[in-house]
Design a protein around this ligand. Structure first.
Ligand code: GBH
Length: 495
């Protein structure tokens, strides 16, 4: 069970944002329309076997043509804010040089529609759909891409600066590096393993340069970036498991957060000679670690880590850093991810562990004493949905109790952890954005991992609110009622 919407609403502090999120490539479709240029993802997803079930992003949710309907559904939902991303190749077809006015105009219409509906826009500048021309020039392996991102940020600032309340420069650079460049599971499909490392620095530099561009343009909105954070939990008390979890933590969490929040790469990474490329000009680190108005965190799950299973080969240099014990015990792989035997899991197989929300926030607070206000920019769960039709009324109903419980439990955990006396009370938590507004193109998982509050029928493109949508609607209503009661009391008490 989960607490009632009314009980949860009572935990929400004033000025806490309840929002929903999407990303351009996952929902828009219309890849060849109105002058959009190709993205690396267009090409990657057309490769046989790249996408589960062969799903194509060509139409996705057809949001490009159904935007007003989708905003109306958000207005009905009552959310404070909508987090969406710009399609870079729609606005700047080759990733440099001239802009495409028709592409710019789409987000003009979206922003106007949102503001007219009382929904505050959070704009992600980069959520993975790199223009193909830039990927062809090396993508994030090429330092120039960082400067191209800054140029794109300046274009966005000039066009939309007056209407955006919150900016996210880049989303989850860890996933781009790991899945896109190290393992080949995402675009651009490179499986470079440790040779993917320059993409870390270039993305972080791109973030920093984009912050500079937004600041130079004088945008009034708050500026931040988003990293995913997964607490790394050793599989057993075996010290080697602990070491493996530490390495994973370095590679997936600290590598991306330390430079932004502490202005330096983790010592261990700088010390190991195979990370030699992590010695960078001081100017870079200053750009990367510029003060932010907020820090965006995506929390989905913790990760259980065990010493390697022996299927891989440890790159030269890494073995040294791991030490003889770990190298011998790992049989060739520094770590692997273990299942949580007792845990409930999502359709992805991800463990449902709301108690680790507090752990994640506590670890963040401990590691980063100067953390700016935090916004949970994503959280959610994929579960297979069933559509129930009521014979009598002929109305459909989607009872996604598990998704609803996931959201309730995670929002509750985040609020309790950051409340006075909570384990992460040092964190000034400003909001939670549900991933996602609607079922969508879930990258290499295609259409098989529905995260939406809205069900999308990918044949008819019809949207149907799930039980989780009505739950969030109720939560927001209860929160609004509680807030207006406070205002009424204050008024009654008089000046
Ligand atoms: C987010 O990615 C994306 O921003 C969003 O576009 C996507 O649709 C959504 O989440 C749902 O997937 O155990 O350290 O190896 C999150 C992708 C996948 C990132 C799992 C962390 C495990 C990290 N996450 N991954 S680790």
């Amino acid at each position: 069970m989960h607490i009632t919407a009314k009980e949860l609403a009572a935990l929400i502090p004033p000025d806490f944002t309840l929002g929903v999120g999407t990303a351009a490539f996952q929902i828009e479709g219309a890849l060849d329309e109105d002058g959009r240029g190709p993205a690396g993802w267009d090409v990657f997803s057309a490769k046989p076997g790249a996408i589960v079930g062969g799903g194509s992003p060509a139409v996705a949710c057809d949001h490009y043509h159904r935007m007003p309907e989708d905003v109306a559904l958000m207005k009905q939902l009552g959310v404070d804010s909508y987090r969406f991303s710009l399609s870079w190749p729609r606005i700047q077809p080759t990733g440099s040089g001239p802009v495409n006015p028709a592409g710019l105009a789409f987000y003009d219409r979206l922003l106007d529609e949102l503001l007219a509906s009382g929904i505050s826009p959070m704009m992600t500048i980069y959520h993975w759909d790199t223009p193909l021309a830039l990927d062809d020039a090396g993508g994030w392996l090429n330092r120039d891409t960082a400067y191209r991102l800054a140029e794109f940020a300046a274009i966005a600032a000039a066009a939309y600066g007056d209407r955006v309340a919150r900016w996210v420069t880049i989303n989850e650079p860890a996933t781009v590096t790991t899945n896109g460049y190290a393992l080949g599971l995402h675009s651009p499909g490179e499986a470079l393993l440790l040779k993917a490392l320059p993409t870390v620095h270039h993305q972080l530099l791109g973030h920093g340069l984009a912050v500079q561009a937004l600041r130079a343009a004088g945008v009034p909105g708050e500026i931040g970036m988003t990293n995913v954070y997964s607490p790394m939990v050793p599989n057993s008390i075996n010290p080697l498991d602990k070491l493996s979890a530490g390495i994973m933590d370095l590679a997936q969490n600290r590598l991306y957060a330390d430079p932004v929040l502490l202005g330096r790469y983790p010592d261990l990474i700088r010390a190991a000679h195979f990370f030699g490329s992590f010695e960078h000009p001081d100017e870079d680190m200053e750009i990367i670690s510029q003060p932010l108005d907020f820090y965006g965190l995506n929390y989905y799950m913790p990760t259980k880590v065990a010493v390697g299973a022996g299927e891989g080969v440890i790159p030269a240099g890494m073995a040294e850093a791991m030490g003889d014990d770990l190298t011998a015990a790992s049989g060739g792989t520094p770590f692997h991810v273990e299942a949580w035997p007792e845990a409930d899991t999502t359709a992805y197989g991800w463990p449902v562990k709301p108690d680790y929300m507090g752990v994640a926030l506590k670890e963040m607070a401990e590691r980063y004493p100067n953390l700016p206000p935090v916004i949970l920019t994503e959280g959610g769960a994929s579960f297979e949905d069933i559509i129930v039709r009521d014979e009598a009324t002929n109305r459909t109903f989607i009872p996604d109790e598990r998704r609803l419980k996931y959201l309730s439990d995670h929002i509750e955990a985040a609020l309790r952890a950051t409340a006075p006396g909570g384990e992460a009370e040092a964190i000034d938590l400003r909001g939670y954005y549900v991933w996602s507004l609607m079922d969508n193109f879930e990258w290499s998982a295609g259409y098989n991992q529905p995260f939406g509050l809205l069900h999308v029928d990918f044949q008819t493109l019809e949207r149907t609110p799930k039980a989780s949508y009505f739950w969030l609607q109720e939560l927001i209503e209860e929160r609004n009622l509680a807030a207006s009661a406070v205002v009424a009391v204050a008024r009654a008490m008089g000046p």
